[in-house]
Design a protein around this ligand. Structure first.
Ligand code: FAD
Length: 410
């Protein structure tokens, strides 16, 4: 007897929705199973509920955002690159815009429009969707194909695609189930850790600056003076530490470290201004505007609350006049602006991580088809794989592309 389904797709997130629709459009009988009551929950909360669907760059730009593992994405991006993703959504009536950062959003700024477009396409494709149905096990059958076990039934399918995502934001249903399914077929799962996650810090003064955003800083994660990673971009002070694009992008090297509390974040608060230039600015101001308060001189460059804090860290009273700036004080101030040291504590963990680093080892998956090299007929796509990129739409791009390619081959 033949299998009930040509393909069962497990997990109705970004990768699963695209894969199921694409496979059904190619004439396959497809069932998409979702653990949660609703599909695509992460899409709805993404990008601050605006959904940053991709990045305005070519395939090379996407590959770069994933570090050494990025080359795995070559075929997937050739099948569905950033331009094709934009075309896919525009064809469903979702007009898109590119922001200055290169991030692509729907013009409406509504993530729900992105999800609606995917659900419309899914419905049109003829794929079936079953929600509130968590898969608990997958087994290969001796006669070929698979048995898929859920809480309420056992199904059979010729092929299975795992798109269960990672284990970050577990409240969304992403509790790492796919790692167990893959491991049962002999797959290696590389150590998982939170990525794109806010940083927690040791000094209490950081919390005093909560709510302040600095649009352009450079962050370096250092260990005994050695730079582990660095990133330039916007940073937001929060009650727990630091968040925003730059902190999130460096976070994977913090969460992956055996003792994060031994790491120090070195911050350049004015990366566009060379150190000698800034030193000269302070020197010139102390001569030309000696009656001005130092905090006022600094406030020409940085928010006033940050300036007050920097002066306090250097042991200088906020009301000190610019004329009273000695050379050693000036050097201390330059160092605190260009090389501010913030000892780290760690991260907010999987609960607040936008993605999961680590996952199913890429060497065991055929990047041209997304088929497992361990088990014929088994496919994997999306964040369950050992792929995590920078912030900026790269992670969705990876999910759409790998999902699309898997869907084509189901
Ligand atoms: P997911 O979208 O996580 O989907 C996996 C699905 O599988 C879930 O619906 C889950 O319920 C289901 N599932 C899990 N286990 C089972 C099971 N046993 N049975 C059935 N179903 C199961 N990326 C961007 O590029 N741009 C952004 O703007 C952006 N913003 C983000 C904001 C937040 C707050 C978060 C948490 C993430 C954000 N990301 C963003 C990352 C992006 O959401 C993910 O990389 C992407 O969703 C991964 O897609 P996926 O299909 O692999 O997994």
């Amino acid at each position: 007897m033949g299998a009930e389904w040509d393909a069962v797709v497990i997990g109705a997130g970004a990768a699963g929705l695209v894969a199921a629709a694409h496979a059904a459009e190619r004439g396959r009988r497809v069932l998409l199973l979702e653990k949660g009551r609703k599909p695509g929950v992460k899409i709805l909360m993404s990008g601050g509920t605006r959904c940053n669907i991709t990045h305005d760059c070519d395939a090379r730009g996407i590959i770069e955002a994933f570090g050494p593992n990025g080359k795995f994405l070559h075929s997937a991006l050739a099948a569905l690159g950033p331009r094709e993703v934009v075309a896919l959504f525009e064809a469903e009536g979702v007009a898109t815009k590119v922001e200055d950062t290169g991030k692509v959003f729907p013009v409406s700024d509504r993530a729900v429009d992105v999800l609606d477009a995917l659900l419309t396409r899914l419905r049109r494709s003829g794929a079936a969707l079953a929600t509130s149905e968590a898969v608990t096990g997958i087994a290969a059958q001796p006669e070929g194909g698979f048995r898929i076990v859920t809480a309420t039934r056992t199904l059979t399918a010729e092929k299975v695609l795992i798109t269960t995502g990672g284990k970050s934001y577990p409240g969304c249903g992403t509790t790492g189930d796919g790692y167990g399914f893959a491991a049962a077929f002999g797959h290696t799962v590389t150590a998982t850790r939170p990525a794109l996650v806010p940083l927690t810090v040791q000094p209490a003064w950081v919390a005093e600056l909560r709510g302040i955003t600095l649009p352009d800083v450079t962050l370096k994660v250092t260990e005994n003076g050695k730079v582990l990673t660095s990133r330039r971009g916007s940073t937001l002070f929060a009650h727990f530490g630091l968040t925003g694009p730059a902190p999130l992008d460096v976070s994977r090297s913090v969460s992956g470290h055996a003792s994060p509390a031994s790491l120090v974040l070195e911050v350049d608060l004015l990366p566009a201004e060379p150190e000698a230039h800034f030193d000269e600015y302070l020197r010139a101001e102390s001569l030309a505007s000696g009656k001005k308060q130092l905090a006022g001189v600094l406030a020409e460059k940085l928010p006033r609350r940050v300036c007050d804090q920097l002066l306090a860290l250097c042991g200088m009273p906020a009301e000190r006049k610019a004329a009273a700036l000695s050379k050693p004080d000036r050097q201390a101030l330059v160092a605190s602006v260009k090389r501010l040291r913030i000892p780290l504590r760690g991260t907010l963990g999987f609960e607040k991580a936008e993605v999961t680093a680590g996952g199913v080892s890429l060497g065991e998956v055929d990047s041209r088809t997304m088929q497992s090299k361990r088990q014929p007929g088994l496919y994997l796509a999306g964040e369950v794989l050992d792929l995590d990129g920078w912030i900026g739409g790269y992670n969705f791009q990876s999910a759409w592309s790998t999902g699309w390619l898997a869907g084509r081959n189901l």
